[in-house]
Design a binder for this molecule. Structure first.
Ligand SMILES: Cc1ncc(COP(=O)(O)O)c(C=O)c1O
Length: 398
């Protein structure tokens, strides 16, 4: 995909660490069947695919379990949606109850190997919580940038984990810029989604797991929610690597799902380019995918197009319906962004974008977590407008 990133690197064997500062690059490996693990009774961990991850040998230091999420057959949900062979990849079972645990684990693992002491991320919520918890477990300090409108339960979780949290009034785009600037200025580990290639590397492990859990077959269609984009791009890269390793013949079609209240990539997909300076409003209950300017937007469109897939947008009412249908037919509890792939599949089926007999996998990417009841949270938060000087002032005055 050099035409997209312009910075792909050819990487030898099972490889070395990638320079996280080299933003926009996609890693490549010397693909061969031997890079895939031998068949096993179960898929227990993301580290199972270490030969296709950029961590050198030696024991894994990141202490929390990661990956190995269940793939659940969902026949009754499928019947409701019109799909005859529907499966859910339930990414809500991990430490932070979202798929953000994978990228957090890989970035922190790499950081631990390089002596990092502080990790930073900007997030609408889930990556922030995953990073706060992962850093706490690994003994790193976390400095996290979130929109000031972040859900109170998520803020409470970050503070319970001891994170320093900057609540940015100017919103997610500014939080993202500040986190990156702070990483460069203070030498922190930059876990920002899309710009750190390790985030896509980690997220691709979902594809490997689905392939194994389907008895080493690729599905016909995979549906994923799209915020910044690395979740979908990771799935695409994972299946492409399975092709490159000779494990499957062709990758699945990808269905990217956005919320109708924030659908910059669906608009771009449909050929409606925004006027310069125009931003999609972030007006949806699905805050995890309320990203007006997705960091991996071009790559998402490339991957969807090259998979012969599609992009669809779903209104909040459809997200709520999907949450209810998931709970009632499968017992899986999802938050709005986490249920977007299911809502998107319903819409796609209605529009003949997915056929009834396709082997279809929906990623369920997140569930609402409760904050623990604790007497005094060790973390601290500051509300700032959106200037790097305010960050310095907050941290210096600590
Ligand atoms: C629950 C949930 N699903 C999906 C996404 C979208 O992920 P990505 O930014 O990789 O597109 C997010 C992002 O925060 C999320 O929180």
């Amino acid at each position: 995909v050099g035409e997209v990133t312009g910075a792909s690197r050819l990487v030898a064997g099972s490889m070395v660490d990638c320079d996280p500062a080299e933003s926009g690059c996609l890693l490549r490996y010397a693909y061969a069947p031997s890079l895939l693990p031998p068949p096993a009774a179960g898929v227990d961990s993301m580290w199972r695919y270490r030969d296709l991850l950029p961590v050198a040998g030696g024991p894994v230091r990141f202490p929390l379990p990661v990956g190995g999420s269940p793939l659940i057959a969902a026949p009754r949900l499928g019947t409701r949606l019109g799909l005859g062979d529907l499966w859910l990849k339930d990414e809500t079972r991990g430490t932070s109850a979202s798929n953000k645990d994978r990228a957090t684990a890989l970035v922190i693992e790499s950081g631990l190997r390089h002596g990092a002491d502080t990790v930073t991320v900007a997030s609408t919520g889930n990556a922030a919580v995953a990073t706060a918890l992962g850093a706490a477990a690994a003994g790193l300090r976390a400095t996290i940038f979130v929109p000031a409108s972040v859900r109170p339960t998520r803020l409470a979780l970050m503070l319970a984990a001891g994170a320093r949290v900057l609540l940015v009034e100017a919103g997610y785009d500014t939080a993202f810029r500040l986190s990156r600037e702070a990483a460069a200025r203070f030498g922190w580990l930059d876990r920002n989604t899309g710009v750190n290639p390790l985030t896509i590397e980690a997220k691709k492990s979902v594809a490997f797991e689905v392939w194994e859990q389907l008895d080493r077959r690729a599905p016909d269609v995979v549906a994923a929610p799209v915020g910044d984009g690395p979740t979908l791009c990771g799935v695409a890269k994972g299946f492409r690597e399975l092709v490159a390793c000779g494990a499957i013949e062709r990758p699945p079609r990808l269905l990217g799902v956005q919320a109708a209240g924030c659908q910059p990539l669906v608009r771009a997909w449909e050929g409606a380019s925004p006027r310069p300076g125009e931003r999609d409003p972030a007006g949806t209950i699905a805050d995890g995918i309320a990203v007006s300017a997705p960091s991996s937007g071009d790559l998402v469109l490339y991957e969807v197009r090259h998979s012969d897939g599609a992009m669809v947008a779903v209104p909040d009412a459809a997200l709520l319906e999907a949450i209810g249908a998931l709970a009632a037919t499968t017992g899986v509890l999802a938050e709005p962004a986490g249920a977007a792939a299911v809502a998107g599949l319903a819409a796609a089926f209605q529009r003949d974008l997915v056929s009834a007999d396709a082997l279809t996998v929906a990623l369920v990417t997140g569930r609402e977590l409760q904050a623990p009841a604790s007497r005094a949270a060790p973390g601290r938060s500051w509300t700032i407008r959106g200037e790097i000087a305010e960050v310095e002032q907050a941290l210096l005055g600590e």
